[in-house]
Ligand binder design. Structure first.
Ligand SMILES: Nc1ncnc2c1ncn2[C@@H]1O[C@H](COP(=O)(O)OP(=O)(O)O)[C@@H](O)[C@H]1O
Ligand SMILES: [Mg+2]
Length: 394
C-alpha cells in the first residue's frame, strides 16, 4: 500500500485515462494532471491520442459483443491483447505530450465492454444483472510500473445500480455552473445525456442513455457502401439523402425511448439484429441508401430531442455535444433544428470533445485511490455511493 500512500502525498498526479467505447473504433488515452479529489478536483489535459484498432481487432470486438460468439479461450486471449493495446496507448500519449512514461503516477482504464445486462434477467433460477469489461490491467501495471485502476462498472452494479453512466461524476466536477443549467450530450456508439442543474449538488445531476448515437448510422454506412465505410464520414452521404417519414416513425416506436430513466442501453439492443431488421424495413419501403442513412441520422437526433423534452426535470440552457458524433455536421444540423437551445461543441468551452471520456476515467481512478466514492447513485440507480475500481499495483 506504500505505492498508494505516495500518491496521497503528491501535490499533483500525472494520470492516464483509457477508454474504448461501444463504437470499437480504437483505444483512447488522455494524459492529465490532477490535483485534489472530490469537489476540489482540478484537471489539466496534457495530451490525447486515439489509437485506431486494426480491422481484425475491431471485427473481433464486434464478434465477441454479439454474446453468443467466441468461447472462454477467445475472451482470455482478447483480454490480454487489449491490455497490450492499452499499454501502447499509454506510451503513445506520453510520447505525444513529450513526457517520459516512467513519470506516470496512475492509470484509470475502462477496458472494452463486451456485454452489459443492466436489467435483471433470469439465469439458472436466479435473477441477475451483470456487465463485462475486458483489457487486462495487470499487463498495463507491469509495463508502466504504476498502479492501474480498472473494472469500474461492476461495483456500482453490485450495489444495485446499472453500472452506467459513469462519466457524469467527472462532468459534475468539471462542467457545473452556478448560473446556468448545462446539458452534455455525448454521441459515441450510444448517446448519453447528462444535465447539471444550475447551482446543483452532485445528487441533483441526472443522466441517462438517449438511445443509439453513431451505432446505427455506422452500421447503415457500412452496409450501403458494401463494407467500404466504417461511418458516414462528415455526414456526407446523409447530407445527400432525405429523411423517410415512414421509416422514421417505425424507428420511433422503439420502446426504449419511452422508458423512464435510470436507463442504459448498448450494442445488445442496437447491434446487428436491430440493423438487419431496420434495413429489411427500409428495403421493403423501397428506400435508397442515402435516404436510409439520413433517416438513421435524424433518428439519433430525435432520440436526443425526446430525452430532453420528456425526461429532463431541468431544461438545459445549452447543450454541449461531445464524442465522435460531434464531427458529423449533418447530425449536428438535425439536432439544431430539433432543439430550441444553443448546441455547442466542447471546444467552444475550452474542452476537447475526443478526450472527454478518457479524462473521466483518469478522474474516476484518482477518486478510487483516495478512497472517495465515485459513482452517482442518482444516475445509476445504485442503493448508495461506492468506490468503483479495482487496483493493480505497479
Ligand atoms: N468525421 C466524422 N464524421 C462522421 N462521424 C464520425 C467522424 N469522426 C467520428 N465519427 C463517429 O464517431 C464514432 C466514434 O465516436 P466515439 O466518441 O469514439 O465513440 P465510442 O465512445 O462509442 O467509441 C465513429 O464510430 C463515427 O461514427
Ligand atoms: Mg471510441
Amino acid at each position: 500500500m506504500e505505492q498508494i500512500r505516495r500518491l496521497w502525498e503528491k501535490e499533483t498526479l500525472r494520470v492516464i485515462g483509457l477508454m474504448s467505447g461501444t463504437s470499437a473504433d480504437g483505444m483512447d488515452a488522455a494524459l492529465v494532471e490532477i490535483s485534489g479529489f472530490g469537489l476540489r478536483t482540478k484537471v489539466k489535459t496534457l495530451g490525447f491520442v486515439s489509437l485506431p484498432y486494426p480491422e481484425a481487432v475491431r471485427q473481433e470486438i464486434l464478434r465477441l459483443c454479439a454474446g453468443d460468439q467466441g468461447g472462454s479461450r477467445d475472451l482470455c486471449l482478447f483480454s490480454f491483447l487489449l491490455g497490450r493495446l492499452s499499454l501502447d496507448a499509454c506510451k503513445a500519449v506520453c510520447a505525444q505530450a513529450g513526457v517520459p512514461w516512467e513519470k506516470t503516477d496512475l492509470v484509470g482504464s475502462h477496458g472494452q465492454t463486451l456485454y452489459h445486462i443492466p436489467a435483471p434477467v433470469s439465469y439458472l433460477g436466479h435473477t441477475v444483472t451483470a456487465t463485462l469489461q475486458l483489457g487486462e490491467a495487470s499487463v498495463i501495471a507491469e509495463g508502466l510500473h504504476c498502479p492501474v485502476v480498472s473494472d469500474f462498472r461492476v461495483r456500482d452494479m453490485a450495489a444495485g445500480g446499472q453500472g452506467a453512466p459513469l462519466v457524469p461524476y467527472a462532468e459534475y466536477l468539471l462542467y457545473r455552473r452556478e448560473d446556468q443549467t448545462v446539458g452534455l450530450q455525448n454521441i459515441g456508439g450510444i448517446g448519453n445525456l447528462t444535465v447539471l442543474p444550475r447551482g446543483g449538488r452532485p445528487e441533483d445531476t441526472f443522466a441517462f442513455d438517449t438511445g443509439p448515437g453513431n451505432m446505427v448510422m455506422d452500421a447503415v454506412a457500412e452496409k450501403i457502401s458494401g463494407g467500404k465505410l466504417r461511418c458516414d464520414l462528415n455526414g456526407e452521404i446523409a447530407a445527400k439523402g432525405r429523411c423517410a417519414p415512414a421509416l422514421l416513425s417505425w424507428m420511433l416506436q422503439d420502446p426504449y425511448l419511452s422508458k423512464k430513466p435510470p436507463k442504459t442501453t448498448g450494442r445488445e439492443a442496437y447491434g446487428k439484429p436491430y440493423v438487419d431488421a431496420m434495413m429489411a424495413k427500409a428495403r421493403e419501403m423501397g428506400l435508397l441508401g442515402p435516404d436510409i442513412l439520413r433517416t438513421a441520422t435524424q433518428f439519433t437526433a430525435e432520440c436526443i430531442r425526446i430525452a430532453v423534452e420528456r425526461f429532463c426535470p431541468a431544461r438545459p440552457d445549452y447543450l454541449v455535444v461531445g464524442g465522435g458524433g460531434g464531427r458529423n455536421p449533418t447530425l449536428l444540423s438535425c439536432l439544431r433544428s430539433a432543439l430550441p437551445m444553443p448546441i455547442k461543441r466542447n471546444e467552444d468551452l475550452g474542452f476537447d470533445s475526443d478526450a472527454k471520456e478518457a479524462v473521466a476515467f483518469a478522474v474516476l481512478a484518482n477518486e478510487c485511490v483516495h478512497g472517495s466514492a465515485n459513482n452517482m447513485p442518482s444516475v445509476t440507480g445504485a442503493r448508495h455511493p461506492v468506490v468503483m475500481g479495482k487496483i493493480s499495483l505497479g
